[in-house]
Design a binder for this molecule. Structure first.
Ligand code: URA
Length: 310
């Protein structure tokens, strides 16, 4: 029997009710439907991505941008592998190869990313540089840059989101809105200590309209995140959503291909931190059917924390 052909509207509807891409893969060519987690989780974000793709601007996906940033600035926080608990690092890393995608269109010229200056060698200097940053267009519409908050001294956990929202922009603090409330509830339910984590984002200024950050914005802001990771020296990093995960790990791949494994990154100063990827809480507010998967991700993180004696 031939597989039925699905229209884009049918595909979107099936995704809304929780039929994921793996189940749809028999019927739909790769790339025909949007990311069920991020950035499609944000109202209008999937449309924005599609619009950018249509205009030729978004063929450079975030992972491509991350790769550019990695080579351009020497990516000290480059991913050093992916593994499952109890499996030696090298054993199954190749199994995480993301599905093939159409070749990206050549990216327009991107300015060299600004270096984090010498003055940002400590938390105060870095904070000052971020709060005054004008390295991308986002500074023009921000209320405040959102540097990050929480435990800065070797926290057990660093949580990396995508970008500040409206409430965060007003408060100058991350995760102030509904997504933050859900995040705290999820961490607590999984037995993770949200009180002592450090919270920050891939980009420090709010993109207007809740759109995902562009590759240029991510590239401009990555040096700050790298320096934050180097200064904080977290033992574990939780990446929220595909955009944060791809940029942090310097890996291509849909959210689902990055979840379910323990990745590792090396900081600018050589320490290793494990990275677990899960859905962005804003995605879970829109698609609660993914909460069970998020629970599994956080349980994986909890097992790492327990194994490291924290
Ligand atoms: N608030 C944040 O600080 N980050 C997100 O990713 C979402 C909301």
């Amino acid at each position: 029997m031939n597989a039925p052909e699905l229209t884009p509207v049918q595909i979107a509807w099936l995704q809304e009710i929780g039929i994921d891409r793996r189940m749809l893969a028999h019927y739909v060519a790769q790339g025909e439907f949007g990311d069920p987690g991020e950035p499609g989780a944000r109202p209008g974000a999937a449309a924005a991505v599609q619009a950018r793709a249509a205009s030729g601007a978004a063929e450079r996906s975030v992972p491509a941008a991350a790769a550019v940033a990695a080579t351009a600035v020497g990516d000290p926080a480059a991913a050093v592998g992916a593994r499952r608990p109890g499996v030696p690092p090298a054993a199954d890393a190749p199994a995480r190869v993301p599905p093939a995608r159409p070749a990206p269109a050549p990216a327009p010229a991107i300015q060299a990313p600004p270096a984090v200056t010498e003055a940002a060698a400590d938390w105060d200097g870095l904070r000052e540089q971020v709060l005054e940053c004008r390295n991308c267009a986002l500074h023009g519409a921000r209320g405040r840059a959102v540097f990050g908050s929480g435990d800065t001294q070797s926290p057990q956990l660093m949580v990396v989101g995508e970008a500040p929202g409206g409430a965060d922009d007003r408060a100058g603090l991350p995760f102030q809105g509904k997504a933050g409330v859900l995040l705290q509830a999820m961490l607590a339910a999984a037995g993770l200590d949200g009180e002592t984590a450090f919270y920050t984002n891939l980009v420090k200024c709010r993109p207007l309209g809740n759109r995902p950050p562009t590759p240029e914005e991510v590239q401009a802001c990555m040096p700050y995140l790298r320096r934050q990771i180097a200064l904080a020296k977290p033992r574990h990093v939780l990446a929220l959503g595909g955009w944060a995960a791809q940029a942090l790990l310097g890996m291509e791949g849909e959210l689902d291909t990055l979840r379910g494994a323990v990745h590792a990154i090396r900081t600018e100063t050589g320490e290793e931190a494990s990275v677990v990827v899960t859905y962005h809480p804003a995605a879970l507010l829109l698609r609660p059917q993914h909460k069970a998967d998020a629970w599994r991700d956080l349980s994986l993180l909890r097992s790492l924390v327990a194994a490291s004696g924290d």
